[in-house]
Design a protein around this ligand. Structure first.
Ligand code: PLP
Length: 359
């Protein structure tokens, strides 16, 4: 039986990449060593590293005046690092509360003494839509933090909020590389690798040059300027995770790049949303214009039926469709590596479930 893994992260990876990892495992490029065993200072790794960075620049069209930094500590550590590095003038940031991860980002910023103003929240709507931004007060905030894709609640920005003179900082963890955004519209972007870019252990930060180096004596492991200067090798980087990301980036290039991925992700999510919108049993609670392409949330309204859906789906090879505990119901994560057939199977399964349920 083919298994389709709809996990929100760590998540399914392209089959071709898994195969390459298997091939490389015993001896990388005839070195007699696995990638797990090579030094981060070796020529072998240097090549992996440079290529991964360049491929990311090409795919995302990252302008030259932006740094691409590789960190550990997950995106959660960036909720601390970003305010430490970037909230250095007003010590105050703005936040659009679109759900759990936005709230977590705000909470961590407060812990390092930065004031956080929540300009709008969609909590009252159970996060089934995005908060909106009326106007940003000039000269008040170091930046506005948004979560471009809300992994748990299933919303995503297609149109970015107009921030005028304030910098925009985006947590792009769950739609990084899955949909096209213009990097120039952001002061900084952060994203964990374990959804669309390979395995856990690597976090990407893309940040504009002029925003960094303003705060002396930051803890070294959180210092954007230091990581830029040391080319992300201030200490031992996550070698294997960078290698895996490099393979995924090459795969992305071979598949046609980000625009092709967005096209496919629209097709995949469209297939599922169309079914849900026409179903009498299932419902997608998120309003149409704010729906995520990568995390599709749906419910029956009855937790017992939801439970049956999740377990019967797993028996059919459609694994990890249980919704996040904060939201309940079901969630299908359709990252780049999820093939269209996987979504077809899921829709067929849901159709059958509905038919049998109605008797
Ligand atoms: N931001 C978003 C949008 C996420 O989905 C997640 C994790 O799922 C995080 C941040 C936290 O990432 P990490 O677990 O890498 O710290």
């Amino acid at each position: 039986m083919t298994i389709y893994n709809f996990s929100a992260g760590p998540a399914t990876m392209p089959a071709e990449v898994i195969q390459e990892i298997k091939n490389d495992l015993p001896s990388y490029k005839n070195s007699g060593m696995s990638v797990m065993e090579i030094s981060h200072r070796s020529a072998l790794f240097e090549e992996i590293f440079q290529k991964a960075q360049q491929d990311m620049r090409d795919l995302l069209k990252i302008p030259d005046n932006y740094q691409v930094l590789f960190f550990q500590g997950g995106c959660t550590l960036q909720f601390t690092a970003a305010p430490l590095n970037l909230a250095n003038k007003y010590h105050r940031i703005a936040l659009l509360d679109s759900g759990h991860w936005a709230e977590r980002a705000g909470a961590e910023a407060k812990r390092v003494g930065v004031k956080v103003d929540v300009l709008d929240s969609s909590e009252k709507d159970h996060y089934t839509k995005l908060p909106s931004l009326e106007k940003l007060q000039k000269d008040t905030y170091d930046y506005l933090h948004i979560t471009t894709n809300n992994t748990i609640e299933g919303t995503a920005y297609t149109q970015l909020p107009n921030t005028d003179t304030t910098e925009l900082v985006g947590d792009m963890s769950s739609n990084f590389m899955g949909q096209r955004y213009d990097v120039k519209q952001f002061g900084a972007i952060m994203a964990g690798a374990q959804k669309n870019l390979g395995i856990a252990g690597l976090t990407i930060v893309i940040v504009r040059d002029d925003l960094i180096g303003k705060v002396p004596n930051l803890p070294s492991m959180l210092d954007y300027q230091l990581f830029a200067k040391k080319e992300s090798m201030f200490n031992t980087p996550p070698v294997f995770a960078i290698y895996a990301a490099g393979l995924v980036l090459q795969w992305l290039k071979n598949q046609g790049g980000i625009d092709e991925m967005e096209h496919r992700n629209r097709q995949k999510s469209g297939l599922l949303y169309d079914f849900l919108d026409n179903s009498k049993l299932f419902e997608a609670p998120v309003i149409k214009k704010d729906r995520s392409l990568t995390n599709v949330v749906f419910v029956t309204g009855n937790p017992e039926i939801d439970q049956q859906v999740v377990s019967q789906a797993a028996e059919s090879g459609l694994v990890n469709i249980k919704g996040h505990r904060l939201v309940g119901g079901m969630r299908a994560s359709l990252y780049n590596a999820m093939p269209y057939e996987g979504v077809e199977h899921l829709v067929d399964f849901l159709k059958n479930f509905e038919k049998n349920y109605r008797g």
